[in-house]
Design a protein around this ligand. Structure first.
Ligand code: HEC
Ligand code: HEC
Length: 333
């Protein structure tokens, strides 16, 4: 076991001067417990909004909201319907996973939302779900849960977004086989195939690390990785209006990649084998293709059959089964 460092969030919980009028039952208390976020030393510091420190009550509320159809104005959808834990909180084509999002600063395939988790959650609650706060206000439980988490008597989409952001900051994957066999300290070691795959991934041979590198396996940036000769207009350029951004999409994290197919923004590849074939010999040249796709003029990095299966074995080391079975992330209902 590797030693987890405890990242202590120093909280200054400004206690709201809550005038105890008749609206608030005496049994309700606002005395939230700080939530201690834990992740390995190798991970960067996580930015936490000063206005939204993690508390046990806030995280639990966010988790409940994530799984609750009541958040939807017609009561028909929950976040968890498309973001399934067993698929790293992804599901069918195009659905981006929820994994280590606390380190993200650009969200959605085209980066339409940039900023904090609070910003993307506000977008999801207001603009995607058009959530109706009256439904939560009229519920028998939520007014109390919001009070206990935020000391608020009025449920707003801002507090709803804050609770969801708190929950998603805890949705951390740091216990893949990769973390045990490739980082020091566990006494476990990769197989020969996995090591070869690692060498391809992190060297000029495969060049994957330029965009999917680091402990988070994403550079949080936008690239045209050579999918089409006519680069897609629905990518980054749809947001920036810049023709140089045609065909650019966010580099997805490759953590839990074996669980999140189909692949690419349009789900065009069903399997990781197909993705590897694409990078090996299926690259398409277009005016905005990323200069990091150095072998594009040759159609790709041209791996042998053995190299392809080694790279695949490496990608499988990024699967974290403790993440998809973690009871702290599953439905509270
Ligand atoms: C009907 C399916 C569906 C539901 C329900 C759903 N999502 Fe999503 N979610 C998606 C899809 C598809 C994407 C990718 C869309 C894009 O990038 O344009 C996505 C992307 C996201 C992202 C961006 C992740 C990243 O890496 O950039 C976040 C965060 C997110 N959803 C949160 C939520 C929350 C919170 C809810 C509930 C309020 C929710 N989603 C409900 C389908 C869904
Ligand atoms: C120039 C940056 C860049 C390089 C280099 C690169 N990728 Fe990607 N990768 C991306 C981008 C951007 C996407 C998303 C593209 C899209 O959907 O349009 C992506 C998508 C993927 C996906 C699908 C992810 C998903 O969730 O759908 C996999 C798997 C993947 N890359 C693996 C690799 C491997 C393996 C290598 C090395 C052989 C590699 N990538 C090299 C930028 C890059």
């Amino acid at each position: 076991m590797r030693i987890l460092s405890t990242f202590i969030v120093f909280l200054i919980l400004v206690l709201h001067s809550c005038t105890k009028d008749s609206e608030i039952p005496n049994s309700w208390t606002y005395n939230p417990t700080p939530y201690l976020l834990e992740f390995p030393d190798e991970f960067p510091q996580m930015q936490i909004e000063l206005a939204n420190p993690l508390t046990v009550e806030g995280v639990q509320l966010g988790r409940r909201l994530y799984y609750d159809q009541l958040l939807h104005p017609a009561g028909m959808h929950a976040c968890s319907e498309c973001h399934l834990q067993q698929s790293s909180f992804s599901s069918s084509a195009e659905v981006l996973p929820h994994i280590n999002l606390g380190w993200n600063s650009t969200f959605l395939w085209n980066g339409k939302i940039s900023g904090t988790l609070e910003d993307i959650m506000q977008f999801e609650v207001d603009d995607f779900f058009h959530a109706d706060m009256n439904r939560l206000e009229q519920d028998s439980l939520y007014p109390r849960l919001f009070f206990e988490a935020f000391g608020t008597e009025t449920i707003t989409s801002t507090y709803t977004a804050r609770a969801l952001a708190q929950f998603l900051r805890t949705v951390i994957s740091s216990n893949a086989r990769y973390d045990n066999v490739f980082l020091p300290g566990s006494g476990e070691f990769p197989t020969e195939e996995e090591q070869n795959g690692y060498d391809i991934f992190f060297s000029e041979k495969g060049d994957c690390f330029h965009c999917h590198g680091g402990i988070l396996f994403t550079d949080n940036n936008f690239h045209n990785n050579g999918l089409d000769t006519q680069p897609s207009p629905i990518g980054r350029s749809a947001i920036t209006g810049n023709p140089n951004d045609l065909g650019k999409f966010k580099s997805p994290t490759l953590r839990n990649i074996a669980l999140t197919g189909p692949y690419m923004h349009d789900g065009r590849y069903t399997t990781l084998e197909e993705v590897i074939d694409f990078y090996s010999e299926g690259l398409k040249i277009s005016p905005t293709i990323d200069p990091l796709m150095k072998q594009a003029h040759k159609g790709g990095i041209h791996l042998t059959g053995k190299e392809k299966s080694d790279l695949l074995a490496f990608l499988h080391t990024l699967t974290d089964t403790t993440f998809i079975t973690n009871p702290a992330f599953n439905s509270p209902f």
